[in-house]
Design a protein around this ligand. Structure first.
Ligand code: CAA
Length: 381
């Protein structure tokens, strides 16, 4: 077993770190405060290859492996988890699924600009009455000549306002329950397609989240991704990789919490010495470091298994479950170490807590991850 990254991996990590620290960090606090979408930064990330990292160069991507993607995701999320989720949705939930299951037409027309960062993608599975219980989709897509006509509503859609292309799960055959769900690509601006207002969120405030509405929204039949009736499998398979992305986002937040705590505890003095001298603080730092390392190992294991073509459903769920839990714990410890300063916006750690919480909810709640893990365990004996 080799725990070393290759030279190429380390270069990618360094370039993501440089970009995050020099370009993303200066505006992160203001964007969080104003819930402002980082349009310019997303474009820059596209130019640098971060928006289609795993897509083949044939379709404008960077042609890298999942380990490279995970390293970049962690560095970006460490500085701004909002950009982390924007990047993760475009790479894992949109580009990956399109490349894996899309027709040549879909790949050429839509994947290439998404991978190059010219266009932004969103993934629309959740509905007001179908969150964790995702098979209960109510949105419909009825065949009508050369088109599908979509009606229904989606919610909690990341990149919901800013996206150009949406992968929408909708029922094309009501009699077949989840086996009647299909995936359709809808372009922003299509007649009958609309979005709600930006949600006023606790965290990841610089990303935009909203509901989507479809009222007799007509999309060409060529925009079907994979086959009719394969939409639920598409969503599940895609979310497995998405969960690696969210695990990386959580690892980034946890690591940022640890680094901020190490720095602050060596500067802040109490009872005549730096607080890092006290065991109460040292124990928290040690626990945080163990958790960050354990979460990284789970996350890179899932990424490595995906890269060699092994089944990684359980490993991705384990990585997301654990990394999201410890991201919240590490952010809480960072606030405790910072004392009153941790509770105000002047220091970054209060944002880490607000940003961390969503990682236990989206792309499958922690409870869903436990179900996925338990089913995989029970299936294997
Ligand atoms: N990977 C691959 N396939 C899976 C899967 C997985 N992790 N989990 C389920 N499936 C497949 C099953 O094999 C089955 O396929 P077939 O019918 O072809 O055999 C099908 O899905 C239905 O599965 P179940 O019979 O097990 O259905 P269920 O209702 O008992 O459980 C569930 C399904 C696992 C709970 C699923 O509904 C689920 O994962 N829910 C969570 C949904 C989710 O993660 N939503 C996130 C929204 S997207 C988001 O957050 C994006 C964003 O913007 C950030």
């Amino acid at each position: 077993m080799n725990f070393d990254f290759t030279e190429e991996h380390l270069l990618i990590k360094e370039s993501a770190k440089d970009f995050a620290e020099n370009e993303i960090a200066p505006t992160a606090i203001e964007r969080d405060k104003n819930a402002e979408f980082p349009e310019k930064l997303v474009k820059q990330m596209g130019e640098l290859g971060f928006m289609g990292m795993m897509v083949s160069p044939d379709y404008g991507g960077a042609g890298m492996d999942t380990i490279s993607y995970a390293l970049a995701m962690i560095e970006i999320s460490k500085v701004d988890a909002s950009l982390g989720v924007i990047m993760s949705v475009n790479n894992s939930l949109v580009c990956w699924g399109l490349e894996e299951y899309g027709s040549d037409y879909v790949k050429e027309k839509f994947l290439t600009p998404l991978a190059q960062g010219e266009k932004l993608g969103a993934f629309a599975l959740s509905e007001p009455e179908a969150g964790s219980d995702a098979t209960k989709q109510k949105t419909t897509a009825d065949a009508d000549g050369d088109f599908y006509v979509i009606n229904g509503m989606k919610n909690w859609i990341t990149n919901g306002i800013s996206a150009d292309y949406y992968l929408v799960m909708a029922t094309t055959d009501k009699g077949k329950a989840h086996k009647g769900i299909s995936t359709l690509l809808v372009e922003n601006g299509t007649e009958g397609f609309g979005h709600g207002a930006k949600e006023d969120k606790l965290g990841i405030r610089s990303s935009d989240t909203c509901s989507l509405t479809f009222e007799n929204c007509k999309v060409p039949k060529e925009n079907l991704v994979w086959e009719e009736g394969k939409g639920f499998n598409f969503a599940m398979n895609t979310l497995n990789g998405g969960r690696i992305g969210i695990a990386c986002q959580a690892v980034g937040i946890a690591e940022a919490s640890l680094e901020a705590s190490l720095k602050y505890s060596q500067e802040r003095k109490a009872f005549g010495k730096e607080i890092s001298n006290f065991q109460a603080i040292q124990f928290m730092l040690s626990d945080m470091a163990v958790k960050v390392d354990a979460a990284k190992i789970l996350t890179f294991k899932a990424a490595a298994m995906k890269d060699v073509g092994k089944k990684y459903v359980k490993e991705a769920a384990m990585a997301k479950l654990y990394a999201s839990k410890i991201a919240v714990e590490c952010a809480l410890d960072a606030i405790q170490i910072h004392g009153g300063y941790g509770y105000v916006r002047e220091y970054l750690v209060e944002r880490y807590l607000r940003d961390a919480k969503i990682t236990e909810i989206y792309e499958g709640t922690s409870e869903i991850q436990r179900i996925v893990i338990a089913r995989a365990l029970l299936d294997s004996v």
